[in-house]
Design a protein around this ligand. Structure first.
Ligand code: NAP
Length: 441
């Protein structure tokens, strides 16, 4: 779906006028290309005194063969270990590192600040200072977004120092093009994940993707396949031809059924009777109306598709012990489930429920050596958003730090990170893929 505004406002001559008028000028975001390094440029790293991640970060930068930045010159990524900050008076360490560094950040640059979950910081003073990192990082995302750059906060639980690799590979690379202003929590590994092939991290893993015949679901399937996964793709029988075409391209198997059917969980479980590594709950619908005009059928049919069927499928697969060790459940929520949206009480309820499901099930999944997480897309360029009236469509695109809509592949890359066997310390998170949209931020 073309973003005409971006094309026009960045054209020669118009660009100068747009700058003078202060209009948003979205830059073209770097996106992952096969064979590209994790960071296409130099990495500038720093730490507050007393940080506990120095060894792990240095090992990570060696592993990805990152070129280190010196005291001058451009940097593609800024990495700061803030775990040593134990008092509000020490927050000035952020200013000391970023004041001279941020001007060196290149376009589509990456910033990652690492901290400790406040509840585990050890004292009220330390918890206060660690909580403060969120305001800093979110503001930084808004300051650098105009250059297509992003900023995230990664909270590393004590004991999870060796679980950083898959998350940093994602957040420092162009794979996270449309993710900004997020707080990601990493805990100890739920399962061992030895010997990852970082070019094909999903090789040998069987994955179910629902709603896979088009849009975001098709992009998810394509990206998971690129990373080596074997796929089972599901969609409604009415989309049989589209589903088959996607499946043929990706050498995948198909399941044609309505996930709300009474026997759907059992049918899916039977097709996955040998076990499954990753379940991606992507199928979803909107049935917009304000609550004053919302018939019960419109409410209930949406809730069945977007939330209740996912709960039933999860229960069936878990009851039959079909989710394999180091398994994953990844759900597609929505920014509406966080921010709310007029005319979407039913949709936002279902998508907030998805987040609730993720948070409630994470401890149980960890006991089973598996994880559950969600992504919450904002404005993504799909057929659905192309059909919106122009005013809300333009608002959806521009009211974000990156001043543009995301692409289905941006959601897919985020899911591929969460699905990776190396993301074994990432559990119970909901990560927005919204370009740091201002709604619900
Ligand atoms: P889409 O193009 O409508 O694709 C969703 C797919 O799920 C369709 O093929 C749809 O088939 C299928 N589906 C619907 N009900 C089903 C059922 N009962 N059983 C099996 N399959 C069913 O939507 P999309 O834009 O790619 O969105 C994918 C997910 O992202 C959804 O969960 C959506 O809520 C979420 N999301 C999207 C955006 C965005 O900007 N596009 C933003 C936030 C969140 P039908 O033809 O029957 O509907």
């Amino acid at each position: 779906m073309s973003d005409r505004y971006s094309q026009v406002v960045n054209a020669p001559v118009v660009s100068t006028v747009a700058k003078q008028l202060g209009l948003p000028q979205p830059v073209e975001l770097d996106r992952y290309k096969a064979g590209a390094p994790v960071v296409s440029g130099r990495v500038l790293s720093g730490a507050a005194p007393g940080g506990r991640l120095g060894r792990a970060l240095s090992a990570f930068l060696d592993q990805v063969k990152a070129e280190r930045a010196g005291t001058e010159g451009p940097a593609k990524a800024l990495l700061f270990d803030a775990t040593g900050i134990a008092d509000s008076s020490e927050l000035v360490e952020l200013q000391r590192f970023f004041y001279p560094a941020v001007g060196r950040l290149q376009r589509s640059g990456r910033i990652v600040v690492l901290g400790t979950p406040p509840a585990e910081a050890g004292s009220p003073r330390a918890a206060t200072a660690q909580r403060a990192l969120e305001g800093f990082t979110r503001s930084l995302g808004k300051e650098v977004g105009g250059k297509g750059s992003t900023a995230q906060l990664v909270l590393v639980e004590p004991g999870a120092e060796d679980e950083l690799a898959s998350t940093l590979r994602f957040l420092l690379s162009p794979r996270s093009a449309y993710v900004s202003g997020q707080v990601v929590r990493i805990g100890p590994a739920v399962a061992a994940a030895p010997g990852i092939d970082w070019d094909q991290p999903l090789a040998g893993k069987l994955m179910l993707v629902t709603g896979a015949s088009r849009g975001i679901g098709e992009a998810i399937a394509t990206t998971l396949r690129r990373d080596g996964a074997e796929l089972v793709l599901l969609d409604v029988p009415a989309l049989s031809a589209d589903l088959k075409a996607v499946a043929q391209r990706l050498e995948a198997e198909t399941i044609e059924l309505d996930i709300t059917a009474e026997d759907a969980p059992a049918q899916i479980a039977e097709r996955l009777s040998g076990g499954v590594d990753v379940v991606v709950h992507n199928a979803g619908v909107t049935r917009d109306r304000t609550i004053a005009k919302m018939p019960e059928e419109r409410w209930s049919s949406l809730m069945e598709i977007n939330l209740s069927s996912e709960e039933r499928i999860n229960d069936e697969l878990l009851d039959r012990q079909l989710l394999r060790p180091n398994g994953r459940i990844v759900c597609v929520s929505s920014m509406s489930g966080i921010a709310g949206n007029s005319g979407q009480t039913n949709y936002a309820t279902s998508k907030a429920g998805v987040i609730g499901m993720v948070e409630a099930m994470a401890p149980e999944l960890a006991k089973r050596k598996a994880t559950i997480n969600a992504v919450a897309p904002g404005f993504i360029e799909t057929q659905m958003t192309a059909a919106m009236p122009i005013a809300p469509r333009e608002a959806g695109r521009r009211l974000s730090s990156l001043s543009q809509g995301g692409l289905p592949v941006d959601v897919a890359e985020t899911i591929a990170w969460l699905a990776s066997p190396a993301s074994t310390g990432v559990n119970g998170n909901t990560v927005r893929v919204c370009g740091q949209n201002l709604l619900g931020a």
